[in-house]
Design a protein around this ligand. Sequence first.
Ligand code: ASP
Ligand code: MG
Length: 421
Amino acid sequence: MKVYKFGGASVRNAGGVRNLHNIIRDEKELFVIVSAMGKTTNALEGVFDACRTGNAAAAAERINEIELYHYGIIAELFGDPSLRIAAVDTFLKELRDFADPSRYDSSRPEEWYDKIVAFGELISTTIVSEYLNSQGTANRWIDMRRCFVTQPRHKDANVLIEESAPLLRREIAGERTRIFIGQGFIGSAPDGSTTTLGREGSDYSAAVAANILDAESMSVWKDVDGVLNADPKIFPDARKIDALNYVDTIELAYSGAQIIHPKTIKPLQNKQIPLYVRPFGDKSKSGTAITGSAPSVTVPIIILKRNQSVLTLRSRDLSFVLEEKFPIVFSTLERFRIKTNLIHNTAVELSLCTEESWHLEEAAEALQREGFDTAICRNVELLTIHHYDSALYEKYATAGGNVIGQTSPDTLRVVRYRSEG
Ligand code: ASP
Ligand code: MG
């Protein structure tokens, strides 16, 4: 069994879905994980926001746009503008029900977020599965909520692999058809409520499926030739890396390289399953191979992580932040699902570079109640350079607009005000 993962960009239109078919059509035993189409997850976050803020009209309007977008793709794929897919309509109806502000439970925002946002993958996989069947590529649609048991934690859950393994194996056992289409990004908590695995979490879903099914390999099909040493949109002389090891990959992913979700590597590493990052535009190209045995990379790797904030905390009673306050700071951030990407401290001050989050103010207020003065600096980004040389150091470490800088012999990290582009 192989596992393939297709991200939102690769299925953002009818051409992308046809291309997916082209890539998988010769496979015999395949588990395919698919993300929500295009920017659907962002759109669903917009639906959730409208619901949370009581704006029924905005929620309805956003769902109408989501419906039109998907039915546009369906019309083109099947060549029939009046075709309806019953399962898609059922999901849209459920989505409308959950997005109704009068039903919203404000004591459980993350749980409600998951209920709403999961429809992106439920709808995309339904369309892909029906299209493949219509083209003679028989497959089975798998509801990953029945296969992945996750922690009882909403918006950023981990899959409980031991509990999930028998469920996923049972789900596909005895099927004559050996092509399966499942959703990335979603699962269920032990109480049965839908959970999501963190933004961009479909890679992780595919890795968990690969682990459970003892896959011979996992491939992620992307709109780039493989893993590059920098984002070509920002650094024009970016180069492709042919081979990477798991450790370097997890570091790169954590620093914000958009190659793969950081949670993806562990389930693969545990079973030594190779991961290929391949261009969906050309399946003959080799892409990048990520394995346990590849040598460490030596070229500089430049990663820009956008949409960051710096939360600065100062203990009012002058207690030492690291020794005395560390647990309370991080348990508070964890409660609000805020991810910290860089830590900088003095005796009584702690600056944390975190992901932008609608919970940041709430977390800051909670920390004020714990005896901190707080300040939030928005509109910053985190630049990480592994294997930097003196030219890169000169250019980035000493630039104006840097808010925090950290240098080790191998890695330079700078939090700076947002650049253009
Ligand atoms: N659709 C989800 C997202 O956009 C998961 C994924 O794409 O991996 O975050
Ligand atoms: Mg995506």
